[in-house]
Design a protein. Sequence first.
Length: 146
Amino acid sequence: MIYSIKTVVGRENVVMEAVAAKAKTENLNIQSLFHPEEIKGYVFVEGDIKDIERAIQMVPHVRGLIKRPVEFKEVQRFLQPKTVEVELNVGDVVEIIGGPFKDERGKVTRYDKVKREVTIELIEAVVPIPITVSVEFVKLLEKAGK
């Protein structure tokens, strides 16, 4: 069964690591843990309810356990990889929409379709430093040659 653990917003990964470590050391019946980025303050855990209760005891940032099981079909969409088709070419101008370089603009110097990564040289930077980010974190502003 899948249950949800209520956590402090922003501390979901810390809770997941702590619960996973406790489940491993105490040999608890917990199969998986996951935290969809879209749902803040919750971690989903698959396992036995009694073992989950034991695993979250004394774990910092845990607000509680919702004892009503979550149907798999309710969380299935979060487990599917997102397929966003972005057609980028060398020379395109993009804006970074996530991560430490958010809101920066840059020119594409390399696009790896297999790894789904794009290498960009920031436009406003004094020294052109190439940075590589996932294509999910860029928005196309203008095509090259326009």
